[in-house]
Design a binder for this molecule. Structure first.
Ligand code: Q9C
Ligand code: ZN
Length: 343
């Protein structure tokens, strides 16, 4: 399976995120992609190729133009106000009942306007790293369109928490959604996105909420207990022509392979029934027992089983890297999914 990856991911190297009331070193760091790449090279998986540049147009198919403009200039505006020694983090958000009619002029106001958490620093290289990741996803979509059965877009920063006009959860551009839309625009009549990251893919859900042509299925920790807290519940099924084209499979903290496999079988059944032409797989490995910010209990060998189950869906599949923070084991776990898929 071809692997698409850009070294420009390194340009996103946030210093700290707000966690448990403190600024702590970012969990979402360059070493994550480096260890996955190293494992791919060590086992001779690949080849690894650079993404081709796709420009703004495919990003605008998914994201708000004002939001994209904000992301491009946010760092420079932050530096003018606060200097370059601190990463840009938001501090204020609207609560229900507060007006959201006007986009603030202040950079601090706009950081809050376009975000939903304080865990996602904007840095000098955020825009370049995020666009390189989106280009990796788009290049992977091109490979599927060209007839490949599968491809792996080793994206960093991740994407599935980013919505039409918001960032958060370490995500800025929704790489998987951008790829899914590109597959649609390239002629696939129906596309499914399956999100196996530990956290609900709230950005992808929001982007395709009223779409009947793109199915979104997510298996994740129950948001009643877990980030992103405010969506990802089982009763969220889509709206308008998208009613029924959104499926959230929530699992409790402590879930191991037994519980996970059942949800994966239900996800596969839904995708088959939908009749998709292609599958985009949001691949987070933060379901691993050793993950420092997550509470499922999958073992490294379970990721082989996960790959085999995904293969059983029987669709051309684009894997897009999402979360996973147990850096030492991340390479093995991610490559196990891809290996399990190919066997
Ligand atoms: N106490 C992805 O996996 N906050 N994003 C965690 C832990 C945010 C995860 C706080 C987690 C975001 C792509
Ligand atoms: Zn995650």
């Amino acid at each position: 399976m071809i692997v698409i990856h850009s070294e420009e991911h390194r340009l996103q190297a946030g210093r700290s995120e707000l966690n448990d009331g403190q600024l702590v070193p970012c969990y979402e760091k360059p070493a994550r992609a480096d260890i996955v790449r190293a494992r791919i090279e060590a086992v001779g998986f690949g080849p690894i190729v650079e993404p081709t540049r796709h420009g703004l147009a495919p990003l605008e198919r998914v994201h708000d133009a004002g939001y994209l403009g904000f992301l491009q200039t946010a760092w420079d505006e932050w530096v003018k106000e606060h200097g370059a020694d601190i990463d840009a983090l938001p501090l204020n958000w609207v609560a229900p009942g507060m007006s959201r009619r006007r986009v603030p002029r202040s950079i601090d106001g706009r950081l809050g306007f376009y975000s939903f958490d304080a865990g996602t620093p904007i840095t000098a290289g955020t825009w370049r790293a995020a666009t390189a990741a989106a280009d990796s996803a788009l290049t992977g979509a091109d490979r599927l369109r060209g007839g490949d059965r599968s491809a792996f877009s080793l994206c960093r920063p991740p994407g599935h928490h980013a919505g039409h006009a918001f960032y958060g959860g370490y995500c800025f551009l929704n790489n998987a959604a951008i790829a899914a839309q590109s597959l649609r625009d390239g002629g696939a009549a129906r596309v499914a996105v399956l999100d196996v990251d530990y956290h609900h893919g709230n950005g992808t859900q929001e982007i395709f909420w009223e779409r009947g042509d793109v199915l979104f299925v997510s298996i994740h920790a129950d948001p009643i207990d877990e980030f992103p807290y405010f969506c990802g519940h089982a009763d969220e099924t889509g709206a308008g022509v998208g009613e029924g084209a959104n499926l959230n499979l929530t699992l409790p903290w402590g879930t191991d392979w037994t519980g996970y496999a059942e949800a994966l079988a239900a996800a596969a059944a839904k995708i088959r029934e939908f009749g998709a032409d292609a599958l985009v797989l949001s691949l987070g490995a933060d379901t691993y027992g050793g993950d420092p910010i997550s509470r499922f209990r999958l073992l490294s060998e379970d990721f082989l089983r996960m790959g085999a189950a995904i293969s059983g869906i029987g669709l051309p599949t684009l894997f897009v890297m999402e979360g996973g923070y147990a850096v030492d084991d991340l390479g093995v776990n991610v490559v196990n999914v891809l290996t399990g898929f190919e066997q």
